[in-house]
Design a protein around this ligand. Structure first.
Ligand code: SAH
Ligand code: SF4
Ligand code: F3S
Length: 466
């Protein structure tokens, strides 16, 4: 399972290409918003005759869509660029060209510094200017080393091609849809407000049109994305400003769209309408990713999260009172500057109180340019490791406990892909757990009724019910 903004490595899906077409290989790091952007960039390039490939060796254009959230995430990019440089050199000897581009949050944060550190790179494009990618590529091919990291005045979503039906089909029955970008919260540990800029919400009409196209292409589940998704406040068709709750009620009306999710939410932006949507909309899955980062009020204040541990717990109680089926997932940072043993114990206590179905946890990583980097009391790496280990053991125990409570339950399962065994299919439970089921008479995209029979460490097993 992926957190909204957890680090991971993914490649674009395989597309069979005819000879002589140019091919683009996109490697995606970071959060789901990058996954969405990679698809949009691939779509934009297909207009120029590029087809996506997952075979690096055959690519004419390689794009690394990068993440800057933690130091490790950013450093991975430079080691990958080292490998690509060697490949580009070998290619050049054979008289073949290979264009290398860096996109995403490292591109935005480091800009032309990337060209200096990695001379093989031909173009650097920040997340706000992906619609200019085809033009930038033409310039790069003309010998220019292109850096595009200005915040564009025009709306990138309006200029990026909408997902095509055939491509949507190939991508499967679940899809991401970015509704909001950027962040105005300025948590003191976080680079996102700098790499993605200030909050921008897409208008309702644009989102509904994109959702309808996806459904038309066979998508049955849409996850709305935003760095701060529940801060979304787009203009409705009536000219007034809508909140995320209103948007979900509207999207739930789309025929054929069976499931809705949204991620990542900030505790400060969970308004009543959004909470009520969890009660009223059967399509809205009972799962909420609501990061808290720490259970210590002192640390929450230093992080500029602008709520207390008690307020977070009260919020969760309020949502659970309205939707008892709701499972909570979260993100945690251990070893933020100034974190004492007591602060850490407060985090452990909060976890015990809330009970998480799933969570992502990280050691604090110093990000240059953020206020946290300048704070006193940086915590020793060994202490961070020790705390992370204890925290993860507790979270893992809770995840297993939650999975065990699912055994015996009857649920609807959206079948997403073939399983490992013949006749087996894999879907996701309402709570985002992968579920394996023998379903010989069903196909991908069906929603079937199943009973959970067993729980492994990372997935569930089920039998189909007639
Ligand atoms: N917008 C979301 C998450 C943003 S980033 C929120 O407000 O919660 C995804 C996760 O990465 C964060 O929740 C946090 O747990 C982690 N993260 C962000 N910056 C980090 C840093 N400097 N060091 C370690 N983890 C960090
Ligand atoms: Fe980063 Fe905080 Fe914004 Fe989340 S809310 S993206 S942690 S600044
Ligand atoms: Fe990483 Fe940027 Fe997402 S920093 S987590 S790719 S918004």
């Amino acid at each position: 399972m992926e957190a909204a903004m957890s680090e991971q490595s993914l490649s674009t899906p395989v597309v069979i290409a005819t000879p002589n077409t140019r091919k683009v290989f996109v490697k995606t790091y970071g959060c789901q918003m990058n996954v969405y952007d990679s698809e949009r960039m691939t779509d934009a390039l297909s207009k120029d005759g590029y087809q996506a490939t997952d075979v690096l060796e055959e690519a004419d254009l390689v794009l690394l869509n990068t993440c800057h959230i933690r130091e490790k995430a950013a450093e991975k990019v430079y080691s990958e660029l080292g490998r690509l440089r060697d490949m580009k050199k070998a290619r050049a000897k054979d008289g073949r060209e290979m264009v290398i581009g860096v996109t995403g949050c490292v591109a935005q944060a480091e800009g032309k510094e990337i060209l200096r550190r990695a001379p093989a790179v031909d173009l650097v494009i920040g997340p706000q200017t992906y619609h200019r990618l085809p033009d930038a590529l033409r310039r790069a091919k003309g010998g220019e080393r292109v850096v595009e990291t200005d915040y564009a005045l025009e709306d990138k979503f309006e200029h990026l091609p909408a997902p095509e039906k055939a491509k949507t089909r190939a991508r499967g029955v679940t899809a991401f849809l970015t509704v909001q970008e950027g962040c105005d919260k300025f948590c003191t540990f976080c680079v996102v407000p700098y790499t993605r800029g200030s909050e921008v919400s897409r208008p309702v009409s644009q989102i509904v049109a994109e959702a309808e196209r996806l459904v038309d292409g066979g998508v049955r589940e849409i996850t709305l994305l935003g760095q701060n998704v529940n801060a979304w406040h787009g203009i409705g068709p009536d000219g007034t400003e809508w909140g995320l709750g209103d948007l979900l009620y509207r999207l739930a009306e789309i025929e054929g769209l069976a499931r809705l999710r949204y991620t990542t939410s900030h505790p400060r932006d969970m308004d009543d309408r959004l909470v009520e949507a969890h009660r009223d909309l059967p399509a809205l899955m009972p799962y909420l990713h609501l990061p808290v980062q720490s259970g210590s009020d002192r640390i929450l204040k230093a992080m500029n999260r602008r709520h207390t541990a008690a307020e977070y717990i009260a919020l969760i109680e309020r949502i659970r009172a309205i939707q008892p089926e709701l499972a909570i997932s979260g993100d945690f940072i251990v070893g933020f500057p100034g974190e004492t043993d007591q602060d850490f114990e407060d985090t452990m206590r909060l976890i015990e109180t809330v009970g998480y179905a799933q969570a992502f946890s990280f050691k604090y990583s110093i990000r240059p340019g953020t206020p946290g980097a300048e704070m006193d009391g940086h915590v020793d790496e060994a202490v961070k490791s020790e705390r992370l280990e204890r925290l993860q053991a507790l979270l893992f125990r809770q995840q297993r406990e939650f999975a065990r409570t699912c055994i015996g339950k009857e649920i609807d399962l959206l079948l997403e892909k073939p399983g490992r065994m013949p006749g087996q299919l894999v879907g996701r439970s309402p709570w985002l757990q992968p579920v394996n089921v023998d379903a010989k008479t069903s196909e991908i995209g069906d929603i079937i009724r199943v009973r959970i029979t067993d729980a492994g460490p990372n997935s569930l097993f089920a039998e189909a019910i007639r």
